[in-house]
Structures are given as C-alpha cells and as structure tokens.
Write a protein of this length. Structure first.
Length: 273
C-alpha cells in the first residue's frame, strides 16, 4: 500500500519535493489515494474477496492518515509498527476479519503489489519532472497498469494451484519426494493396464532406485512417437492420498517449468483439484 510500507513512504516523500523544497500536498493526497484504491482493488480481485466499492473507497480514504507521518518526527521502529497496524485496519475495512491467516494473506498481497507499484512510480518519476503532469499520467496509466498486474497475479495464482509435492514409494522402503506439476497435456496411458504415466526426471530416480524389470510403453504425440521406459512404484502419495494405479515414466528431457522434476498425469486432475 502506498504509505503502508516504509519503502513506499520513502518514495512518496521523494516525489513531493520540488527544486524549491515546497511540499505539493495536493499531489501527494491524489497519488496516495489512487494507489491505495488500486492496490486494494487488485487484492480483492486476485484473492476473490467479498467486498464492494464503498468499503474499498472508505479504506483508501482512511489510508490518507499515513500522510501525517511525513510531517512528524517519529522513531523508525515505532513508525514501522504503526504502518503495519494501519495496513491491518485498511485490510479489515476492505475485506472484513475472518481469521488471522485470512488477514495475513490479504496484507501479504497488499505489500507485494505496493512494492511493484513503487517500482513503476519510481520509473515514471525519474523521467518526468513536472508533478502535475506526473499525476495526469498516473490517472491515465493506472487503469491500464491495474488491469495488467491483476491478470499477472491471477496467472501466477492459477499456475501455482497445479504445483504439488509428491512422494513416490518403492520397494525396500525407499522413497523420494519431488516437486510436481499437474499438466493436462500429459495423457500418457499404458494401453495394456490402462494406468496413467507420471513423468519423472530419470536422474532423480537412478540416484536412489535400482531399476528392475522396466515396462516399455509405446506413446504417440503430435510431433513424435516412440517408447518410454517405465517402472511400477509401490505407491504414490499426494495431499495425504495414496494411489497405486500409476506408472513412473523415466524422462531424459528436462522439464521447462522452474523447480519441477515431475509431471503428473491428467487423470489426477479430478482427484486433486
């Protein structure tokens, strides 16, 4: 939130001083209100919070209280706690209070979005000296930027809904825990047993498991076909659920998803989502 974080408060302080060291209070009030409103609006949409225009408007107006600290000398640590409290109250006004986890999640998104806005403000300000032109540009650009950042966070949130921890159990009490991604494009099925195939980086498996009696499954994709080497695990565990009707396909290709060593089969979609 614009003045709810130390970083943002510093930026606003920088913006309001001209060469003559006069404070353009009207500029600061407008910028602060616009940013608070947009940050809260984005948070409500990304997290799908039940709120309305009036609550966000009231919270943004309440956020103007942070401007008082531009003119009052106060201990840095105390200022930090005061601003966290103000952010807490603004989130409560906008989204109500359900529980601690719910509120902390709201505040986390508010601070993340505030930091992104701070970077954009700094970029614009370093190229524009006229404060009023700066405000006009913000009024024009904020709706466009708000839409883009809202879509960006929604894509991130949707994408990470398909990340899972998977525990693959083998015989001899050997198991491996991997970061996995549920890819609806992985529709590999063993035609003989009708078991879905979970793709795993072969290097992760060979470090721990001595492969015995591999199963060779033919596959056909849009641009390629061939045979994939598979092994049968004792079981796999995802979100405290145990599955025994899947094979582990050993992939020699690196997955183009950061931090992922395992691609889940689309058949898990119904059970996990």
């Amino acid at each position: 939130m614009s003045d709810s974080s130390t970083y943002f408060l510093t930026l606003i302080s920088y913006y309001i001083y001209g060469d003559d060291m006069k404070i353009y209070l009207d500029v600061v009030i407008i910028i602060n209100f616009l940013l608070d409103f947009n940050i809260l609006y984005i948070t409500s949409n990304v997290l799908k919070r039940r709120t309305n225009f009036k609550r966000i408007l009231l919270s943004s107006l309440f956020g103007e209280i942070t401007l008082l600290f531009l003119f009052v000398k106060i201990n840095t640590m105390l200022l930090f706690f005061i601003k966290v409290l103000i952010c807490l109250l603004m989130c409560t006004i906008s989204f109500s209070y359900n529980n601690l986890k719910y509120t902390v999640n709201n505040m986390s998104y508010v601070y993340m979005i505030s930091t992104i806005y701070g970077g954009v403000l700094y970029l614009i300000k370093t190229n524009i000296d006229n404060n009023y032109l700066y405000v006009v540009l913000l009024i024009i650009l904020l709706p466009l930027f708000t839409k883009e950042i809202m879509n960006y966070f929604k894509r991130i949130k949707t994408n990470y809904n398909y990340y899972y921890k998977i525990k693959i159990n083998f015989d001899d009490n050997i198991n491996i825990i991997l970061n996995s991604f549920l890819d609806t494009g992985n529709k590999l099925i063993d035609p003989y047993t009708n078991k879905g195939i979970i793709l795993v980086d072969i290097n992760k498996i060979k470090k721990l498991v001595k492969i015995r009696s591999p199963i060779y499954v033919p596959y056909k994709s849009l641009n390629n076909n061939g045979i994939i080497e598979c092994i049968k695990p004792y079981s796999i565990e995802i979100k405290d659920k145990i599955y025994t009707n899947y094979l582990i396909g050993l992939s020699n290709d690196k997955f183009n998803i950061d931090g992922i060593d395992c691609i889940l089969n689309y058949k898990l979609l119904e059970d996990l989502t």
